[in-house]
Design a protein around this ligand. Structure first.
Ligand SMILES: Nc1ncnc2c1ncn2[C@@H]1O[C@H](COP(=O)(O)OP(=O)(O)OP(=O)(O)O)[C@@H](O)[C@H]1O
Ligand SMILES: [Mg+2]
Length: 317
């Protein structure tokens, strides 16, 4: 189990501090794919950065901690400040665009090898990586290329290969298929699902695309304006969402054979700079009342394992 305890993460900007993740607590069971959804700017990537321990200016972890549930080489519990030593081995990260996160002037294999623990023979590990890459239907020579020499899909498959090579306990994937065409996208999703099924690691998968969440995730976590609004089994969430925001996201999905005009997600999230009072979704919510505008709803468990932060969750179910 991975536990997030009241995570508050801020960015320092010229205008001051902005809270990109504002008091998120979450228990993630091992061996599942957790989907994280929500509109642009709601804090999904920031949450992953905190989990990955990629914290440093301008990002600060103000309060809260992550319990990874696995021990380090020294037998001590791993924390966000020590997790960095276990990158690739225990935790790995597949970024949204591997072009911008891979160093353009360093060969791909070197970027990976740099994270190997000192006790591993680099040439030996590299041979194993080549064999593994080949198993995933990629040409092993791709490891010797510079990032710009490969197509977007190939770079992303290589990232998947490197991120899964050591069979880490936790794999973080931040919109791993955005900006790729649908065919390549499908291939990468199938590869990720396949590897997760074989290795049984925990995967946290960020995407805007509710259709992709429906297909691959076991549980879902919905964020809105830096807050958690709903968490539960994906089946339950898609069948009977407890938060009007989740409902809105699901209803924006097209279904085959239905030619009704789809209701997009109307309006936009509030600025995190505003003085946010009450429920952050109230301004866009068809159910909102004075209560919602004045009092912030807590994340409450309505049915076993299904949580929502809405004063009217029961009405919705
Ligand atoms: N380096 C930064 N400096 C200042 N503010 C930032 C920085 N990165 C993100 N933010 C702000 O933090 C908030 C959350 O950003 P984050 O990238 O986590 O959102 P996201 O949900 O991943 O969005 P997207 O779907 O667009 O990737 C946003 O309001 C964003 O403007
Ligand atoms: Mg993001």
């Amino acid at each position: 189990m991975i536990k997030l305890n009241n995570i508050v993460a801020t960015y320092t900007t010229v205008r001051g501090q902005v809270r990109a993740v504002d008091g998120v607590s979450l228990d993630i069971p091992n061996g599942i794919i957790l989907g994280v959804a929500g509109e642009s700017g709601c804090g999904k990537s920031t949450l992953l950065k905190v989990l990955y321990g990629d914290i440093g200016f301008p990002l600060t972890l103000q309060t809260g901690c992550v319990e990874y549930g696995f021990q380090g080489d020294d037998g001590l519990q791993i924390t966000t400040s020590t997790i960095r030593q276990y990158w690739f081995r225990r935790i790995s990260y597949i970024p949204q665009s591997s072009m911008s996160s891979l160093n353009p002037v360093v060969r791909i294999r070197k970027q990976f090898i740099d994270f190997l623990p000192p006790d591993r023979r680099k040439d030996q590990v590299l041979e194993e990586v080549r064999a593994y890459v080949k198993k995933l239907d990629l040409p092993p020579e791709a490891l010797d290329a510079y990032p710009h020499q490969l197509s977007g899909g190939m770079r992303q498959r290589l990232m998947v290969a490197m991120a899964t090579f050591f069979n880490p306990d936790l794999i973080l994937a931040d919109e791993p298929t955005t900006a790729l065409d649908v065919v390549v996208q499908k291939g990468i999703l199938l590869l990720l699902m396949d590897l997760q099924q074989q290795m049984k690691n925990t995967m946290i998968f960020v995407s805007h695309d509710m259709g992709v969440h429906y297909q691959i995730t076991h549980k879902m976590f919905i964020m809105y304006a830096a807050k958690a609004v709903e968490f539960g089994d994906s089946n339950a969430i898609f069948e009977s969402p407890l938060h009007p925001y989740t409902k809105m996201l699901i209803e924006s999905l097209p279904t085959v054979g239905d030619d009704h005009l789809r209701q997009g997600v109307i309006g936009r999230p509030p600025s995190l700079w505003d003085n946010l009072r009450g429920c952050r979704f109230a301004a866009r919510c068809p159910l909102a009342t004075e209560l919602c505008r004045s009092e912030e709803p807590n994340l409450i468990e309505y049915t076993p394992g299904h949580f929502a932060a809405c004063h009217y969750a029961e009405k919705l179910s």
